[in-house]
Design a protein around this ligand. Sequence first.
Ligand code: SF4
Ligand code: SF4
Length: 400
Amino acid sequence: MPLPRITSKRRLVQALLIAAALLLPFVTVAGNPFLRVDISKMTFFLAGIPVRIDQFYLVLLATLLAVAVFLLTTVVLGRVWCGWLCPQTVFNDLAELVGARFRRNFPVPVTRLVEHLTALIIAKLIAFNLLCWFMPPGQVMSSLRNFTANPLIFSVFLIMTLFGYLNLILVKRSFCHSYCPYGRIQTALMDEGTLNLAFLDATRERCLKCRACVKVCPMGIDIRNGFQIECIGCGRCIDACRSVMERLPGEVGLIDYRFGERQESRLRVGAKTIALSLLTLLLLTGLVWGVLGRNQTAFYVQRVATAETKMMADGYQVQSWRAVIGNRSQETASYSIRIAPQTVSDISLLGQTHDIQVAPNEHRTCTFFIRRKISAQSSAQIELQLVNSGASVASALLTP
Ligand code: SF4
Ligand code: SF4
């Protein structure tokens, strides 16, 4: 019985990937984007949870986690990332698929025209989708409809579309061959259990030398010569060989995915896999702990550098300060700033210190004044508290 084809599985995975990439920017959780680096809000949304740029350690942890997962995938699955999941491959496969369908039924000029149009449509889609990972899709759409409203976004869209189009028409797979460093990195990361394409040692003498595996290879290599850095693990040669060999009684194909140089059919867990799995787990734990355990309020206070301390005739001094209040909860909150009860007396706050409304995931800056009696204690530190619903939610220690 013929074995299921790799190509249909790869196309299904790629279709799901494209659908996820196109739809995810529109998915929201409790009104927040599911996943976005929102440049205008300087906020990274992770599963709907906003992480402001001032919580840089969380953004750093998320980035390190993504790198660790990527390296772990490479150690276990080798260049399967390149052949199945990399956007360069996915969109080139899509463009080639459309071109191939037309090539069979239409003359060359029509096919060429369709290839150019397909490349242009895919490039526009990629450009639009990329922008949606950095700003709300509605904002991207309205900016593209009205050039004068936001010429920068429109220009970025045009440049990305042009690059995408030229990539699909001129660069194509040569990028994987000649420019992408990932193949070299993957060679350095190879483990005794890394998944590879293999011309099976046990059956290689049955090869019919039909070269079907070579003809379908998008990278132009002959896998019968052994492991080659250019192989992207797409599996086309597996299908080609199976199609030829399955016509013979009892034959199933001479090429297959195998783990490690010993061509084992089961995953062998090597030292690099264990180390990267532990690192991934550690980073994931740190990220979850950091996000769930973080303070719901940010409170930063600093002197207004351009304002001098004023000495009043009644023996008091007045200093100008600025507070930044960040609301990381999902509801609008009302804050007040007060002097901590244990702080020395004869100090009062003037200006904007009560009923400071801050919207969810927003930061608000307010300026206020500290009035204190000039005395031997004038240089003593002052503790300010940020109060929400009668309770102190954050504090800051000031040195006048
Ligand atoms: S050798 Fe096979 S798996 Fe590797 S790139 Fe060529 S067709 Fe794809
Ligand atoms: S397709 Fe199979 S039988 Fe034909 S040359 Fe390649 S490995 Fe040999």
